[in-house]
Design a protein around this ligand. Structure first.
Ligand SMILES: [Zn+2]
Length: 438
């Protein structure tokens, strides 16, 4: 998008790569400096797997200005540099000399405080992601290598002996479990977990079990979502392992359930490959949708539409857009804006910290209503034995320690990005039929 390929036409003597590298550095440095983003393989994966609708919220006026001044302008200036081509032998020894001098300078600077610098280089692994433009280039190659490796792996079925438990088999009416995968909701801002602001007024009235010490499987959707459904825990999970194994939805199907995934986010990451999949992200529903996105209320409407046709045990997975930033104000109906004034732009520098928190808390309050409405809908189904599970895929930083959004490497990610809300609701019929209780 911002590659200055025009350079080639102006100055054939200058490799277009010079201009591209300057622009690339400008793009990555903006997100590093302004949002505390670390450019690693997972971040490259997030960029590759996101949608245009989601990505456009990150193109702000300050971003365009920064890339113009720190990227495009220097790239154009590069055009005016005249290269004098040296002989082969001369190039070899001059480049070698420059390399050695740089190496000596680097080692010399390190040696000025060997103990301190060695400690920093050893403990701050994230520093390697700050080398621009080397980091995005290296990490892109690493991402490509990861895809290549996973493409040739043998695929493994799991849970081949999965069957329904005796209690489940004996139930007189079909069971419907709705699994809601939240997006970017952090446990810290759930009043069910002790947050001072009442962000869960509706769920607080329901007979639910809330789990207040749940850690996410990653800090981004692309990593955490497949990990959550895999047989591996966070330490053992890898992209390759996830891709080469069936997931819990396959096991549930094998036991006799019908499984359907309804997506209002960036897709299922391949988890519903062997189940039924539909997306409402670009639905044309005037009640919930606009600007190429839909509010999560549409998911409740999708469940309601399906209820009459459910004749057998069913699991519906609802993938929310939840609290996905940076445009928090687009994640809830304006009429239900509970905390004001709320930040109403994706450019965080135009808002105070309080306005940003207000907007984020409004997204949590809306998720609270969506889940409570869903529980009411399920509770009213006398012909079904219903239950609901909700858990978020990861949390979010709202400026704490200079970090925003999510996707920090797990080893250095703050609790705001890794502690997530989780709750469960079981209807009376479900508790009676299965012996489980909430
Ligand atoms: Zn996510």
């Amino acid at each position: 998008m911002l590659r200055s390929c025009v350079c080639v036409r102006f100055q054939p003597a200058v490799a277009p790569a010079h201009c591209d590298l300057v622009c690339l550095s400008a793009v990555t440095s903006f997100y590093m400096d302004q949002l505390g983003i670390v450019i690693d393989r997972e971040m490259i994966q997030n960029v590759v797997t996101t949608t245009i609708t989601e990505g456009k919220h990150l193109i702000t006026v300050p971003f365009v200005l920064w890339v113009g001044l720190a990227g495009l302008l220097p790239a154009v200036l590069v055009l005016f540099i005249r290269l004098s081509h040296r002989g082969f032998v001369t190039s070899i020894w001059q480049n070698l000399l420059a390399f050695v001098l740089c190496g000596v300078g680097f080692v010399g600077l390190i040696a000025t405080d060997l103990k301190g610098n060695a400690s920093v280089l050893r403990t701050r692994i994230d520093l390697k992601s700050s080398f621009q433009p080397l980091a995005p280039i290296v990490e892109t190659f690493r991402y490509g290598a990861m895809l290549t490796r996973s493409a040739t792996l043998e695929f493994n079925e799991i849970g081949l002996d999965a069957v329904l438990a005796a209690d489940f088999k004996a139930a007189k009416i079909p069971k419907l479990t709705v699994v809601v995968i939240g997006e970017t909701a952090r446990a810290q801002n759930f009043s069910l977990g002790g947050y001072k602001r009442i962000t869960n007024p509706e769920l607080a009235k329901k007979d639910i079990a809330y789990f207040d010490n749940v850690s996410s499987c990653g800090t981004s959707t692309a990593v955490s979502l497949p990990c959550m459904f895999s047989k591996f825990d966070r330490a053992a999970y890898s992209f390759e392992r996830g891709k080469s194994h069936e997931n819990v939805l396959d096991v549930i199907q094998r036991a006799g359930y019908r499984v359907e995934w309804i997506d209002n986010n960036t897709g299922d990451k391949g988890l519903a490959a062997r189940a039924i999949y539909s997306s409402v992200t670009y639905a044309n529903d005037p009640e919930f949708c606009g600007e190429g996105e839909c509010l999560d209320g549409i998911l409740g409407a999708e469940v309601a539409r399906r209820l009459v046709d459910i004749q057998s045990d069913t699991v519906l997975v609802l993938h929310q857009i939840g609290s996905h930033g940076p445009s928090y104000y687009l994640r809830y109906p304006q009429a239900s804006e509970r905390f004001q004034p709320a930040c109403r732009t994706s450019n965080f520098s135009d808002c105070t910290a309080q306005e940003l928190t207000n907007a984020y808390d409004n997204t949590i309050a809306y998720t609270d209503k969506v889940l409570a409405d869903l529980i009411e809908l399920l509770a009213a189904q006398s012909g079904l034995s219903t239950s609901m599970i909700y858990v978020s895929d990861h949390g979010e930083s709202l400026g704490e320690k200079g970090l925003y959004l999510h996707g920090a490497p797990y080893f250095m990610a703050p609790d705001q990005q890794t502690k997530v809300p989780m709750l469960i609701w079981l209807s009376d019929e479900y508790q009676r039929d299965t012996g489980a209780d909430s």
